[in-house]
Design a binder for this molecule. Structure first.
Ligand code: ZN
Ligand code: ZN
Length: 323
């Protein structure tokens, strides 16, 4: 299996355990802000969507909040970066914006088309909505948590599958070539992967909008910290329940064993349930010792790599490279 024998830089260092992770430096105000920012934002978002009148509880508001939140986080990256080596460069920013742009246009259009219309119809045929009244009768916050949990549970197994099955690894591998984390890095990857992950999200959009907006708040206010360059003193309970930059930096580490951990998007307790959680962090990220990929290679890599493997496997002895 190709996944198993990727060339990785010799024993890239990783930090395991919370005890060895640096704390936020500075005075009490700074300590307070970078300890409580994450929980306060989560509860603020949940409260907003819980109490917002119907006239503003809609997708356009959600998109506006999402963008505003990310701009705020971009500011925090500037004020309190985790690693100087992860600082944005113009080159990184240009790549990130390219993918954020794709995410907002092409992938979303395709996802809406397939996800929303076809899926919604299929779902409507498959279920009669009144059968779900047991669900819609639950408290709205519980519905929201269950939607977020079920979604993340699916993401967990999809992501774990990507790391264990070569045809899924090919499109996902591109995301693992990133060499730093920042607020836009969640968008960087081969579009095939982004499309696969985006698929189906839209299918639920007509269904339980309020619970869905609340579920989205869980995703936004927790999952967003996977890719960010900010040092937080996240409270211990937060780190126990939720995926953090620390966890996800290990997942992106140059150390192969560390990448086989922390698959969840939001709820790291899913990894704890299945024994794939490793607490800790890493600074040196990427594949092949941190080789940076151009946008062109990010676009073509799954196909050229897959073609190469096919040729090696079926192309006869002449095509096997002498290694
Ligand atoms: Zn991964
Ligand atoms: Zn990632």
């Amino acid at each position: 299996m190709r996944v198993g024998n990727r060339v990785i830089g010799a024993q890239a260092p990783v930090t395991v355990g919370w005890e060895n992770i640096p704390r936020v430096e500075g005075g009490p105000v700074r300590q307070f802000i970078f300890t409580w920012f994450q929980p306060v934002m989560l509860f603020a978002l949940l409260a907003f969507w819980y109490y917002a009148p119907n006239s503003i509880a809609k997708a356009s508001t959600a998109i506006g909040i999402g963008i505003g939140f990310k701009v705020l986080l971009l500011g925090l990256e500037w004020v309190n970066p985790r690693y100087a080596s992860w600082r944005l460069t113009w080159k990184e920013l240009a790549t990130d914006l390219f993918y954020v742009g794709i995410g907002l246009t092409v992938v979303r259009l395709a996802g809406n088309y397939i996800g929303s219309d076809a899926m919604a119809e299929a779902l409507q045929d498959a279920f009669h909505w009144d059968k779900l009244s047991w669900f819609t009768g639950l408290p709205i916050l519980l519905q929201a948590f269950l939607i977020a949990f079920i979604f993340d549970f699916g993401q967990y197994w999809m992501h774990r599958g990507m790391h264990n099955w070569y045809p899924l690894w090919l499109p996902h591998s591109v995301h693992h070539y990133i060499t730093q984390l920042n607020i836009n890095k969640g968008a960087v990857g081969n579009p095939v992967e982004l499309f696969l992950i985006g698929l189906g999200i839209g299918g639920f959009f007509d269904f339980l909008p309020r619970a869905l907006l609340l579920a989205g708040s869980f995703g936004l206010a927790i999952g967003v910290y996977q890719h960010i360059n900010v040092r937080f003193n996240s409270p211990r309970w937060w780190r126990f329940l939720f995926n953090t930059t620390e966890h996800h930096s290990l997942h992106h580490s140059q150390d192969f064993e560390s990448t086989r951990s922390n698959y969840a998007g939001s709820f790291i307790f899913i990894d704890r349930m299945f024994g794939t959680c490793v607490d800790g962090e890493a600074e040196l990220l990427g594949m092949e010792g941190g080789r940076r990929m151009s946008i062109r290679e990010q676009m073509t890599h799954p196909f050229t790599e897959g073609w190469k493997t096919l040729k090696e496997r079926f192309g006869g002895p002449a095509a096997v490279p002498a290694e």
